[in-house]
Design a protein around this ligand. Structure first.
Ligand SMILES: [Cu+2]
Length: 385
């Protein structure tokens, strides 16, 4: 009897040791895998991006955001003491989901719970043994059996319609003008890239408390946000703009989650996950890694600063990046524009575009096509090509 118990204890101990050995060997490898993971940024810049893997800051006492940093608000974008329900939602899907939860799911589950409680109480009181010394011989009742089958089906169908609609909205692909944010999970911090905005990469580490830092080292202030949620670098995103969030990881599975955006997306090594969301209100929003990822899982917070599109563009340029509309935009965005122009010029059935003055071929086109009216824009596009 005792032998299998001892054997399983030994096996469990062996597995536990093997597990810690894997974690220990994976840890030093993590910093090297981060730059290699981003093949897109390597292509765009021509050189491997020097992702700052060490949390060291140039001046740790100062914020290194090139923005007047927004102060975090107590009532939005973070947990509130003794509050019930969902955080205030600032994205369209979040508002839809919160409405679904508050207006449909909560009332239905409340009514069902009260009904079941009432039925239990009735059964306990009316059909108790003391009151029914001779047990009833009732075995079934067709009407009630039909009702308790059909009504739950109807309730489920009623819930499924808004539920599937919400699911579809959550997985709507990003439009072309979306801003791309790539969040990379590391044990135990997040690093970020903006692949459409040049070579912007940075890491975000949790800010320590004043009594935990060395003299001169940056510590958390009230404006940074709550304890365990404030980070040294905030993710900056524009409001009223579709955000394409891409997550991946360098070591284990993490999860990028910001409750106010209704976003929780796993970051999985070797994979890219993608979701789209929009932020309606400027502000500071906090989240945390939401996948158990190791010893410091609880200490890799997420802080997002949502600003106006103009401020976002200013921030991007101050970080050495560029907006897709900039003339010196990186090659990741520019070729699509030129390619689109070429297609427009050649596929125009009226021959109205792509006319170069003095070209014999175009002269023929113009004579044959009565509606040919070259615009300066199309002529420029043609000359460029
Ligand atoms: Cu994590």
């Amino acid at each position: 009897m005792r032998m299998p118990g001892l054997k399983s204890i030994l096996m469990a101990a062996g597995l536990a040791l093997a597990g810690t050995a894997t974690v220990a060997s994976a840890q030093p490898a993590a910093p090297q895998t981060a730059p290699a993971d981003n093949a897109q940024a390597v292509d765009a810049a021509g050189t491997a991006p020097a992702v700052a893997q060490t949390p060291a800051l140039a001046d740790p006492a100062l914020s290194n955001q090139a923005l007047p940093e927004l102060a975090a608000r107590d009532d939005v974008g973070q947990p509130i003491d003794a509050a019930l329900g969902l955080q205030a939602q600032v994205s369209p899907t979040g508002e839809e989901a919160a409405g679904f939860h508050n207006a449909i799911l909560m009332p239905i589950i409340t009514v069902i719970s009260l009904l079941v409680l009432a039925l239990l109480l009735i059964a306990m009181v009316r059909f108790r043994q003391a009151r029914n010394p001779v047990p009833s011989k009732t075995s079934h009742n067709t009407t009630i059996e039909v009702i308790w089958t059909v009504v739950p089906v109807l309730i489920l169908v009623f819930i499924a319609i808004p539920s599937i609609k919400l699911l579809a909205h959550q997985y709507r692909p990003a439009p072309d003008n979306a801003v791309t944010l790539k969040a990379i999970g590391n044990q135990w911090y997040w690093s970020y890239e903006y692949p459409d905005n040049g070579d912007i990469t940075f890491t975000a580490n949790m800010l320590k408390e004043q009594d935990e830092v060395q003299p001169g080292e940056r510590y958390r202030t009230a404006a940074d946000g709550p304890r365990l949620l404030a980070t040294d670098n905030r993710v900056v995103l524009p409001v009223d703009t579709p955000i394409r969030l891409i997550t991946t990881s360098t070591d284990v599975i993490h999860s990028w989650a910001v409750p106010a955006f209704w976003i929780k997306l796993d970051a999985i090594p070797g994979r890219l996950n993608e979701r789209t969301f929009r932020i309606d209100e400027p502000g500071v929003y906090f989240g945390q890694c939401s996948e158990l990822c190791g010893a410091r899982h609880g200490f890799m917070p997420i802080a997002v600063e949502a600003v106006s599109p103009a401020q976002f563009a200013q921030w991007v340029r101050s970080k050495g990046g560029s907006m897709p509309s900039d003339p010196n935009a990186p090659s990741t965005a520019a070729p699509a524009q030129r390619g689109a122009d070429t297609v427009d010029d050649t596929s125009d059935p009226t021959g109205a575009t792509g006319i170069v003055p003095g070209s014999p071929q175009n002269a023929v086109d113009t004579t044959q096509d009565a509606v040919a009216t070259p615009t300066s824009q199309s002529a420029t596009g043609s000359l460029d090509n």
